[in-house]
Structures are given as structure tokens and as C-alpha cells.
Write a protein that binds this ligand. Structure first.
Ligand code: GDP
Length: 510
């Protein structure tokens, strides 16, 4: 792989901020992006301002701001999932008449998870039903306190329709950016992120790159995901042909061998042979992963066919942390013998239990068994709505016992797990007694008597109990969503930044 270049602090120069717009559907994200573009991007004679390349640059009071042109936190998080960190500031659009809605909260959580500062644009203030104070009240409940209410979140009233408040918003963006002291070294090989890419009939693969470090030049040899090539031409957001692109500049690049994916990292390298060999290796790896996936599916199909006798089936979806566990469970469960019921594995896969697993289970009236993995938030919601039974285990033997009991109609667990909340670990502090997880409660609550489960990348790495729970220096009974706390877990010294702690309690089933 390509080694990361370390930039000498002395080589760093100020660079413009990169902004993403998030918020609930219909609250005006697209309108705001369009209004800012129309009022603050001046067309050049050559290009006009019609060029949509996935990002655009605004010039305000002699300073630049880059806007990513794909609104919404899904794109933002999809890019983050691929390892890309492009956004410096998130603009949270909240319609003044509608107020805080589910996707507003999601957007807040996505921005917080990425540790990106939030500026709130209270939009549609031209509307008769607009009530900015109510918006501030609702946002305060989610931890965003307006400056004029003694907090530190900047909130700007705007109307994308009437194009009012836009200059204030840009000014606030520059203010927040200034505090971040954003810097990059322009004098090194280019490093950036693919924002958009497609195959153009006439021009071949076309990719918009946000250059983040170094300078990208026509003629550079580049590699992005499984694509590589030589920069043949570059076009900026105004449709002008350019020869070079410095940090925080979005440009459309021609000359790649293939279409990369949004979120892929692009780097300039010095050797075309090397670029090709790296790209080919990545492609081979991707192909073999796809092949494995396909084989897995056909195995499941085969299984289904074998199982299609007219006997009563106990349908099961298996999810586990590694393929070995999936297979072990599959074998053990299928070998369970019972006259009336037959176990049928509808699907087996690696990774967290997701919404599509739940929908599959719902469609096939199946039970989901998770081994060392947990349902994600969407899966939990879907399971509740669809009344799908999800059972998670850390010991294969326990899973088999339960299924055996279910087959004989005797499955009656004495205890049921009740989820209390989810907490994100943002800092780990070493103290003489162990490790304190400096954490933020994402939803629900955690108490000083909670059972906890530590989840790293969707995989359960520990189960145990809270040892101590503190706010600042004080021991507390519980901490609710939107607040920070310090947590220690009994006999556990491996907590890491980014871990999710699930808090739960066991309740007796009557
Ligand atoms: P998005 O889904 O967040 O991208 O929202 P849109 O930008 O598509 O806007 C949704 C609707 O709200 C459209 O009908 C817009 O015309 C309208 N809208 C957006 N901003 C404003 C505004 O400031 N005032 C008023 N009255 N309507 C707006």
C-alpha cells in the first residue's frame, strides 16, 4: 500500500473550510445550497455557473468556503465509513415552522460522532408559522444551546427562498473555521477524496476530487480505490479548465482507468507502474470478496432447497462475527434432530445484524441468532415494528440449547434483556485503578447498576457491569442522552475511543 506522507508543521498553510449541509427532508438543504451558489458564486465568462461537480467554492469577503453539494447525513456517513474525513463544519438546517424532526436528531448524532462542529441554519423564517424560539428550545433538548441562550452553538435565521441571512451564515462559517485553524501543505504530492464519480460516454471515467493536501496537477499519476491513471484534464466548479488544484479545491478529473467510488482516497504517486500494480492488487482483492459473497448466497440457496420438505420449519437467520462461527452454528443447528420441526437456515452472514436481516427474517418468519454481534439501530427499530425475535449469544452452546428448547416448544427464558441506552466512548483516561471511558450518552440512559456490552465495529468485545459512573467528579445514579460521563467497567481494561457501550438491565419475564 501507499505510505502516508507526514507533513512538517512548518510546511502547513491556511486552507478554506469544507462544509456539509444536513437536516430533515424538506427543511431546505437543497434550496439553501442553491441560494448560496446563486448569490455568492460569480460566473466566469468561460464556464457560467451551471457546472454541477458535487462541490462548489464560494468567495466571501476575500475568503473561500467549499460546500459539498450532496446534502444529507447518509452521504456524509457513507464517506466516513470508507475512511474519508472531508467535512470541517456541518450546517444543520432546521425549518422554523416544522422544528426538530427525526432526521434532525440523526444529523446531530452523525456530526457529533464525526466530531464536526455544528452551525444551525434556522430556515424558512419567512413562513407565517415560523417559530425560531421553539426550534432553539427543541435543539437545547438535544444538547445544542444557542449562543443567545448562554450556550455555544451558533444559530442563524435564514430564508433560502427569500435569500435572507445568507451573508450572516457565511460569516459565521468563516468565524468557526478561523477557530479551527485549518491548514494543509500545498507543496507535496496531492491527497484528496472522491466526492462523486461516473462514467461519461464521451470523456470516460469522470471523478470529482476534493483535494485536501498537496497540489494536484495535470499530468500527475494518480490512484483512487481500484482506479488509476494520469490526470488528462481538470475542470473546476465553474466549468473552467485548470492546470492545478490546491488544498480545499474541488475539481473534476479526467484520465482514470475506471470509475472510483465516492469516499475513495485519491493520491498522486511518482510511478505509473506502481500505481497500476497497487490498483490491480486492490481490484483482485475486491473481486475475491465479491466471489466469496456470491458463493455464500448460493450455499444458502442450496440449503433452502434441501430444506424444502413439507415439514414444519424453524427458520433461522444467523449473524456472527466471523465466518467460522456462522458455519459452526449452522452445522450444529441443522444437526438438531426432532420429529416435528426442522431447522432451516434462511441466511448466514458475517457482521452486525442489519435492517435487511430483519426484513428477511420477517418475510420468512424466522428467528435471528446473533453470535458476538448486535443489531444496529435501524435493525432494532425494524425488529420492533416487524415483531422479529432477535437473540444474541456469546456462547455457541447457549444458542443451540435455546433452539433445541424452541423446537420442543419449551423455550421460556426466565430473563429478558431490556435495553437502556447507548453510549459512545470519546476519550480514555488511565487512572491507577484502571481505565475511565470519557463518554457521551447517545440515546436512552446508563445507570450505575447497568449491565454493559462493549461493541467495537459492530462486534461485541466484552460483557460486564458498570463499576462506577461519574459526572465531573461526582458519583451519579444515572446519566441520560446528550450528557457526558466517565464510566469504568468491572475488570475491563481494554476500552477504546470509538467503542459503543450498550447499557441494559435483565428483567424477569412473567
Ligand atoms: P431538502 O429536502 O432539505 O433539500 O429541502 P428543499 O430544499 O427541497 O426544500 C423543500 C421545500 O421547502 C421546497 O418546496 C422549497 O421551495 C421550500 N423551501 C426551502 N427553503 C424555504 C424557505 O426559506 N422559505 C420557504 N417558504 N420555503 C422554503
Amino acid at each position: 500500500e501507499i505510505p502516508e506522507i507526514e507533513d512538517d508543521p512548518g510546511s502547513l498553510l491556511p486552507r478554506p473550510p469544507v462544509v456539509t449541509i444536513m437536516g430533515h427532508v424538506d427543511h431546505g438543504k437543497t434550496s439553501l445550497l442553491d441560494a448560496i451558489r446563486q448569490t455568492h458564486v460569480t460566473a466566469t465568462e468561460a464556464g457560467g455557473i451551471t457546472q454541477h461537480i458535487g462541490a462548489y467554492q464560494v468567495n466571501y469577503q476575500g475568503k473561500k468556503i467549499v460546500f459539498l453539494d450532496t446534502p444529507g447525513h447518509e452521504a456524509f456517513t457513507a464517506m466516513r465509513a470508507r475512511g474519508a474525513q472531508v467535512t470541517d463544519i456541518a450546517i444543520l438546517v432546521v425549518a422554523a415552522d416544522d422544528g426538530v424532526m427525526p432526521q434532525t436528531i440523526e444529523a446531530i448524532n452523525h456530526a457529533k460522532a464525526a466530531k464536526v462542529p455544528i452551525i444551525v441554519a434556522i430556515n424558512k423564517i419567512d413562513r407565517p408559522g415560523a417559530n425560531p424560539d421553539r426550534v432553539k428550545q427543541q435543539l437545547a433538548e438535544h444538547g445544542l444551546i444557542a449562543e443567545d441562550w448562554g450556550g455555544d452553538t451558533i444559530m442563524v435565521p435564514v430564508s433560502a427562498l427569500k435569500k435572507t441571512g445568507l451573508a450572516d451564515l457565511l460569516e459565521m462559517i468563516l468565524l468557526v473555521a478561523e477557530m479551527q485553524e485549518l491548514k494543509a501543505n500545498p507543496n507535496r504530492p496531492a491527497y484528496g477524496t472522491i466526492i462523486e464519480a461516473q462514467l461519461d460516454k464521451g470523456r470516460g471515467p469522470v471523478a470529482t476530487v476534493l483535494v485536501q493536501k498537496g497540489t494536484l496537477r495535470v499530468g500527475d499519476i494518480i490512484i483512487a480505490g481500484t482506479a488509476y491513471g494520469k490526470v488528462r484534464a481538470m475542470v473546476n466548479d465553474r466549468g473552467d479548465k485548470v492546470k492545478k488544484a490546491e488544498p480545499a479545491t474541488p475539481v473534476e478529473v479526467l484520465g482514470l482507468s475506471d470509475v472510483p467510488q465516492a469516499g475513495d482516497i485519491l493520491v498522486a504517486v511518482d510511478d505509473e507502474k506502481k500505481a497500476r500494480s497497487i490498483a490491480e492488487k486492490r481490484l483482485a482483492k475486491k473481486r475475491s470478496e465479491e466471489l466469496q459473497q456470491a458463493q455464500k448466497v448460493s450455499l444458502d440457496d442450496l440449503f433452502k432447497q434441501i430444506q424444502e420438505g413439507n415439514i414444519k420449519d424453524l427458520n433461522i437467520v444467523i449473524k456472527a462475527d466471523v465466518q467460522g462461527s456462522v458455519e459452526a452454528l449452522r452445522q450444529a443447528l441443522v444437526n438438531l434432530k426432532n420429529k416435528e420441526v426442522r431447522v432451516n437456515i434462511v441466511h448466514g452472514g458475517v457482521g452486525a445484524i442489519n435492517e435487511s436481516d430483519v426484513m428477511l427474517a420477517s418475510a420468512s418468519n424466522a428467528l435471528i441468532i446473533g453470535f458476538n454481534v448486535r443489531p444496529d439501530a435501524n435493525a432494532r427499530k425494524a425488529a420492533e415494528a416487524e415483531k422479529v425475535d432477535i437473540r444474541t449469544y456469546r456462547v455457541i452452546y447457549d444458542a443451540i440449547n435455546d433452539v433445541e428448547a424452541a423446537m420442543t416448544g419449551m423455550l421460556a427464558p426466565e430473563y429478558k434483556e431490556v435495553l437502556q441506552g447507548r453510549v459512545e466512548v470519546r476519550q480514555v483516561i488511565s487512572i491507577p485503578k484502571g481505565l475511565v471511558a470519557g463518554s457521551y450518552v447517545l440515546e436512552g440512559k446508563i445507570t450505575n447498576s447497568s449491565q454493559v456490552r462493549v461493541i467495537r465495529n459492530g462486534v461485541v468485545v466484552h460483557e460486564g457491569k458498570v463499576e462506577s459512573l461519574r459526572r465531573f467528579k461526582d458519583d451519579v445514579k444515572e446519566v441520560t442522552a446528550g450528557f457526558e460521563c466517565g464510566i469504568t467497567i468491572e475488570r475491563y481494561r481494554d476500552i477504546k475511543v470509538g467503542d459503543i457501550i450498550e447499557a441494559f438491565a435483565m428483567e424477569v419475564v412473567k
